[in-house]
Ligand binder design. Sequence first.
Ligand code: GRF
Length: 378
Amino acid sequence: MPADYTPATIASVRRLRDSLEEQGKKLVFTNGCFDLLHAGHVRYLEQARALGDAMVVALNSDHSVRQLKGPERPLNPENDRAEVMAALRAVDAVVVFDDERATTLIEAIRPHVYAKGGDYTVESLNREERTALEAAGTQISILPLVPGRSTTRTINKMHGGVSAAPSSLPVAAPLEAGTLRLAVLGSGAGSNLRAIIAAIAAGTLRAEIAVTITDQPTSSFREIARTTGLPALYVDGGENPRRLSDAAQKEIFEHLERARVDVVVLAGFMRILKEPVISAYAGRIVNVHPSLLPKFKGANATQLAIDEGELESGCTVHLVTAEIDAGRILAQAKVPVNIGDTAETLHARIKVEEHKLLPQVLNEWRERGLPVRGAGAP
Ligand code: GRF
């Protein structure tokens, strides 16, 4: 029996690149998970290879595929994926990498051409990878996607959720009766995430957390997700701490689609979610906010309640729309504002209520049946 396939080393790919350069030739680099090869991949790889004289494919390791796509992926182990990939006519070498980003590989290999699928634009490439490519003088080429072919579509189809007709986006699979598939997004302490996990464990919320996403890689939120064994994805939101770059908006959308999520829960997610998520998940995104909306929108809600001399404050669970903290109110809970309260003491009292209210709203939502994609409200 032939031995298992061994992927190439970074050093050998760098030697290949240097020898091509000596001959005035070019090395093309592309990267991805390539979990379940389909004709779209093959055509994309052929086009990418045509941009130079040899091509290396950097394949996400099993660990990094799990980080990117959740615990049910990859479908095939890395050495098998590498072996299948290396057998393609367009591919000269395959390396396996363990990070969520290919930055280190780009820096070590310094390819002449970098190819990426057309669901990206040069602007929406990951910032770190783009900086590394620019530093290496690499030409960036975005190639058109082959419509109607994607691994996610194939997987959804196996789950029985998607018709065979090609469409531009994968569609969520039908709900398992009565169980809500949640995505929870957060940036900070993660106490609301913990409360949702506890409610699920206690059986008071019939749901599963399909994915968690954070813009803060070292946050307690992410730590809680990890230690609970949940997919704990990190998305680089870009430089502005309140905004999400276009690339990040798109990356989050893709994560939600892959995870086949019913409801998106913003639990202390500090950046503003916009398109494409807002439209695709309209009526299915909830936020928890530490004030009695419509009073005190925005980031300083607890301090504002104190400054305004309020006698009571509380929390609001509401639907998320393009306008900040303005979507339909689903539920509120009140707490007193005590003499001598600081923003922190008041916030701590409010959080106690949030931890009850948010799981309760989600469960009621489940009991009443979910809105279909694009519907207005639960
Ligand atoms: C909560 O108070 C929520 O109302 C606000 O952000 C805070 C998140 O807290 N949007 P945690 O990270 O869930 O502990």
